[in-house]
Design a protein around this ligand. Structure first.
Ligand code: NAD
Length: 466
């Protein structure tokens, strides 16, 4: 049975309506209900983690350690954090009032938005479906989820175990591709959380606009790595190669390309070539630690990018169509106008461009759409600060790659073409909440000063007071 046959498109409107009915009954609001859903998500990860890792391996050869750490453990940490703090986060926050606002009491009451739609991509298929769901449940929402059709084994298993462990009246999952998403996007939701490409993000934003539905859009793009003066090139090469070739470069925040001082380019390239051999051996395509390219379409897309870039391939360079393995590939000095420097690469290819100085690197980044992540490597604090202050990106990591997404207190998200809205930790709870201000006034005194008729005396007193 193909994935699309599993979803009856005609069942979508009725299911969403039933879930809305549950939300409106108030069932999802109590802390106990929210904690039960978070416990359900933890059971999914604890009891079925090994099977989900195996499913990801069957789908795209993701190494066990990578699948376990980035999809199962990372997500479980996030869900546990939500579980621990949800009771505190839900509490109304007292607001300070000015003298003019007295007498009265002010508070901000976080309330759930309603029914949230979560659409996930395929590259971290468990993390990118379950983490936003955890935030939505913690905030007291009912959830409709759609995993990616590109990883059918993971999608099927994840959908089944989610159904088995969550409140069936307040949660539904629909498997399938664009036709299922399209049908879902025709329904009215109270929040849409989309993770995927910038192109599909625009389709989602258009559909959301029809109902003025708030969105979080976690999109892609080209994340630069700037190697500034004062960088330790051996450490830089290790950390850059790790963040780039993890999941075969199929990571939204992977460094997409490198800008390095012209005088240090050759040394950096040598270090990267050495690191690739250290990580993946003399024949990286045969390494069990190198993930496959997800499908033939993407393998062909990457083969296309390897054609006509105008640069020099110093290592790697060809996709094996049979195994869908592409060895880590370094291209030096590609044409900045070639497709590989215009499109998000989303594969294990790292272009390296020489620049004359930090100014040129900053101008290069600022001349292109705002990236999701920006990396700067240097031991010179002033150089790092200059890059942070004069560029705009969803997030920055200095002297490493990817790690800026792990601290609970660092909100994760994009800016510009890379998306909008944030999650992880409390910011996820906030994203799925309406922070409702409530002011309560006593009935006495009832100051007549503000009421018509507006006499001269009242005007005088008011102008003094205000
Ligand atoms: P995609 O945009 O092709 O698909 C994402 C989801 O949208 C899938 O569930 C898919 O079924 C659905 N979809 C596809 N076409 C659609 C359409 N026409 N209408 C409605 N829905 C549709 O992305 P992908 O290939 O799964 O993932 C790769 C992209 O996602 C990359 O650009 C990557 O940078 C980005 N990404 C971003 C983040 C982030 O956190 N910012 C994380 C992971 C991936």
């Amino acid at each position: 049975m193909s994935i699309d046959e599993r979803t009856d498109l005609d069942s979508i409107p009725g299911t969403v309506a039933a879930i809305r009915h549950t939300f409106q009954s108030g069932r999802t609001r109590p802390v106990e209900w929210r904690q039960r859903q978070l416990d359900g998500l933890l059971r999914v990860l604890d009891d079925h983690g090994d099977d989900l890792v195996a499913a990801m391996q069957r789908d795209f050869g993701k190494p066990t350690l990578e699948a376990y750490s980035t999809d199962i453990a990372f997500t479980a940490t996030e869900v546990k954090y939500m579980r621990k703090h949800v009771a505190d986060w839900m509490k109304p926050r007292k607001a300070k009032l000015r003298l003019q606002d007295m007498p009265g009491k002010g508070k901000v009451v976080p309330e759930p938005l309603g029914v949230a739609l979560v659409i996930a991509p395929w590259n971290y298929p468990v993390q990118l479906l379950v983490s936003p769901m955890a935030a939505a449940f913690a905030a007291g929402n009912a959830v409709v989820a759609k995993p990616s059709e590109m990883v059918p084994e993971t999608s099927a298993l994840l959908s089944q175990v989610l159904r088995d462990n969550l409140d069936p009246d307040a949660f539904a999952v629909f498997e399938g591709g664009p036709d299922v998403s399209t049908k879902l996007l025709e329904q009215r939701f109270d929040h849409i959380f989309f993770t995927g490409s910038t192109a599909v993000g625009k389709i989602v934003a258009r559909a959301a606009a029809e109902n003025l539905t708030p969105t979080v859009l976690e999109l892609g793009g080209k994340s630069p790595a700037i190697v500034a003066p004062g960088a330790d090139l051996t450490v830089t090469a290790h950390r850059m190669a790790w963040g780039k070739f993890l999941n075969a470069g199929q990571t939204c925040i992977a460094p997409d390309y490198v800008l390095v001082d012209r005088t240090r380019k050759d040394e950096l390239v040598d270090e990267l070539v050495k690191t690739i051999e250290e990580f993946y051996g003399a024949d990286p395509a045969a390494s069990p630690d190198l993930t496959q390219v997800v499908n033939d379409r993407h393998a062909d897309r990457l083969a296309g990018l390897l054609d006509g870039h105008g640069g020099t391939v110093v290592t790697g360079g060809a996709v094996d169509k049979a195994t869908r393995k592409l060895p880590p590939t370094i291209i030096v000095d590609p044409d900045p106008d070639s497709p590989i420097m215009q499109e998000e690469i989303f594969g294990p290819i790292l272009p390296i461009l020489a620049v004359d100085d930090l100014e040129e690197a900053i101008a290069f980044v600022n001349g292109r759409p705002k990236p999701l992540a920006l990396y700067v490597f240097t031991d010179d604090d002033a150089a790092a600060r200059t890059v942070v202050d004069r560029t705009s990106s969803g997030g920055v990591c200095v002297n490493h790659t990817l790690f800026h997404i792990t601290p609970h207190d660092l909100p994760f998200g994009g800016v510009g073409d890379a998306g909008s809205g944030r999650y992880h930790g409390k910011s996820g709870f906030d994203a799925f909440s309406n922070m409702k201000p409530v002011l309560t006034k006593p009935t006495k005194p009832d100051l007549s000063l503000i009421y018509p008729p507006y006499t001269k005396f009242k005007a005088k007193v008011m102008s003094k007071l205000l």
